[in-house]
Design a protein. Structure first.
Length: 115
């Protein structure tokens, strides 16, 4: 199997894994929310937290797929620039989700207590 084809397959598998993590996490979060015995507001908050974590994990895997593809296939200035924009957007989304879920930025040491 040629090198380029192997890298393409690895990139595809990594992207598929990222999408599967997000979709699977959303399904699991919904099931947990429906089966919970807590109040509706607590179940919704837990579901939001679970969904956010699934999205964060999936985004990290999708960034890895983008990096594999860009570095492996003729890394031109244009492809690296596109990668930088994509990684920047996904990083912003990850930080926004982390702030929403934890009440702090990822680089802060101690989380504030949840209300």
């Amino acid at each position: 199997m040629p090198h380029a084809e192997l890298i393409e397959r690895i990139g595809n598998a990594t992207e598929l894994a990222g999408v599967a993590l997000i979709a699977g996490g959303l399904v699991i979060a919904a099931l947990r929310a429906l089966r919970g015995r807590r109040r509706a507001a607590e179940r919704i908050e837990q579901a939001r937290h679970d969904m956010g974590r699934a999205i964060l994990l999936g985004l990290e895997v999708l960034v890895a797929a983008d990096i594999v593809r860009t570095v492996a296939f003729t890394p031109t200035l244009a492809s690296v620039a596109v990668l930088a924009v994509v990684v920047g957007i996904r990083t912003f989304l990850s930080w926004s989700l982390a702030l929403e879920l934890d009440g702090r930025w990822p680089w802060q040491r101690h989380a504030r207590p949840n209300p």
